[in-house]
Design a protein around this ligand. Sequence first.
Ligand code: BMA
Length: 829
Amino acid sequence: MRTLTDLHSGWRLTLAEAAADTPERVRGASVEATVPGCVHTDLMAAGLLADPYLDRNEDQQRWVGDSDWRYATTLPVDGPAAPSTADRIDLVFDGLDTVAEIRLDGEPVGRTRNQHRGYRFDVTDRLAGGGAHELSVVLRAARRYAERVRDEVGERPGAYPEPLQYIRKTAANFGWDWGPSLLTAGIWRAVRLEHWSTARLARVRPQVRVVDGDTGEVVVHVEVERAGDPATELTVTARVGDVTGSATVPARATSATVRLRVPGVALWWPHDLGDQPRYELAVELAAAGVGLDTWRRRIGFRTVELRTAPDADGTPFAFVVNGREIFVRGANWIPDDCFLSRVDRPRYAARVRQAVDANITLLRVWGGGCYESDDFYDVCDELGVLVWQDFLFACAAYPEEEPLRGEVEAEARDNVVRLMPHPSLVLWNGNNENIWGFHDWDWQPVLAGRSWGWGYYSELLPAVLAELDPTRPYWPGSPYSGDPARHPNEQAHGNTHIWTIWNEVDYTAYRDWRPRFVSEFGFQGPPNWATLTRAIHDDPLLPDSPGMLAHQKAPDGTGKLARGMAPHLPEPRNTDDWHYLTQLNQARAVAVGIEHLRSLGPYCAGAVFWQLNDCWPVTSWAAVDGDGRRKPLWYAVRRAFAPRLLTVQPRPDGLAVVLVNDGGDTWSGDLEATRRDLGGEVLAKMSLPAVVEPGRPVTVVLSRDVAETADATAELLVVEFAGGRALWFFAEDRDLPLPTAPPQVRAAPAPDGVRLTVTARALLRDVVVQADRLDPSAEVDEQVVTLLPGESYTFTIRTSVAADDPRWGGAPVLRTVNDLRARAVDTVG
Ligand code: BMA
């Protein structure tokens, strides 16, 4: 049997070649190294590097990425390297970051230059002699390597100045408009010795399908690697439950296929539509009845298609899962930490759980990140989250020549095979914004006819998929319009990114778009207070103080935040106000986008906002901040993505109510709409019954007496349907005479913390409880709550802070837009 021995202990890290500005304290140091891990985290653990996530430490640390580093360990004499009867001993790296030279006892074993693939080296002869062996891995500075490749293949344009397209390494690692530039190096995934004889399972590719309703079909393609006598006949057996099949690998052959038909399978569904039954698929390799190798994964049975055949309006982009067309409620996923090896299974589970709790049904693993570890896809399988995986190309023209082409193909092959057992994976996408860049970002004169990646997206990647995993749809890019002759971001065709909002125009302009599917749109806001103040210690702390600016990577981000909220909200007077208002504006902006896009269904078939998570504490588009805290946006997304949505939308013929039902059952009730004054008195009213079938939004244009007001700043619209409520304000908050009477607040002890009941004496806009200001570990069950006069809402807060703490009662913990009015009035008065 193949045996695996992890080589994760005894590693030391030293400098191999120091960049000029490397501090003296590091030069002679030899520190304990964590494997899997990276240089930054080892240096931090040894006290030689300040945490780059704090203040402006990032600026002082370029030397880490610009130096060469050496990892070394000794294989114990009586351990896995001891003389062995195995035919083969392989040294296997699941991931090296990135440009590595591997040696055993000082003699070269191999070189690598791609973070996104695994490597296997036959070291049988090297270890034959017994005794202690030294294993070392020297990692060369990635930027320097990339620049050398650039000089070889010729410069290509890109959105960032760094040479990220000349090396197969997580692009965002060079710095992004939400991420620091912390060029990592390390043995970032598992490393081990594998002992085996005769043959091993080199690749197992289960193609999983559903045929005839509830019969599962699993076609298992197996490739073996042989050692020893090539004439040995091998047997491959595959099993799902009590269904077994086998095939022979004849002498000298290296592949076989086993077909299984599994009757009566239960289908795997995204979490909002059904369960996630999984079935263990076990594959065994044997020779003459002796087991040689095994492979096990949990698969799921489901079908997926991407409907893109042109229709009368253009080119749809609609996911059909198990025969049912869905509206995708999605979020973009970026690496959850700049130091990828810190993202372990519990962290993936917590983050994906946050997505599920926000009613998100799809995560798009964005192309500037990485192919995540199996844990991520496994958690998505388990929790019923669809995954759209980008191939790793983002925001740049990528050369198609060697030494890159071969690496791109090898990494695609590795990862397509690795990820294909996962039912959650529903789409492979060619790249992020590169086709757009080619069309719009003035790349063509610079390229002057040189390759830019189109060959990857249009030929290489689809060919790899057709060969290895034809069960999943492929799409060349995000955005892409389905035809290379057409502008890639054309809204009637394919998938679209909306970035004019945030960069240029007000968020209400989302309503001017009629796209078929939006795979990126978003708006920034700062992280939660506890996260912000853990990372930034500016004094005074201002929106543009130095530490704050270092944690805001978007061009003119601070200006865009200010301009984005000015049309809507009262002006902030201080950093506390700014923090509450910019977070609130982010929540409102994205909710407006989501509700509008859902109201266009099924013409529009998905809204994937930018972005779920962060990789460090930063002001960004994320709903969950770099410390894992849910921003007000998260709560707004949960509401806007509720399977059943009631939303008010302006339409050419007047204000309309749109009822959206993504659930499995009919949604019906009486729709009641009232126009009221700010004191709550009903001025006009209409009601009518409505029946909303799944996937078919119903639009009801409101009668004019309800929908039109003569006094925009004195009235609002309240719509109710089947227990849900939506509000529409005729004027912006900054223009509303919001009542300044403070709410009544009552804090009562609860088993895990506090129940905070807020009662509105008058209309109260967007209550947020920043409990993390009192207790960094506090969690609040709801945020951004508007109360009509007389209404109460009870926030449940998990915290160790006592209920009788007077700070629960007001700013800066309890915030409302009304306080800003009060203060504005005070200041003026
Ligand atoms: C798109 C993304 C990312 C970026 C985001 C926000 O360009 O694909 O590159 O972080 O917008 O600007």
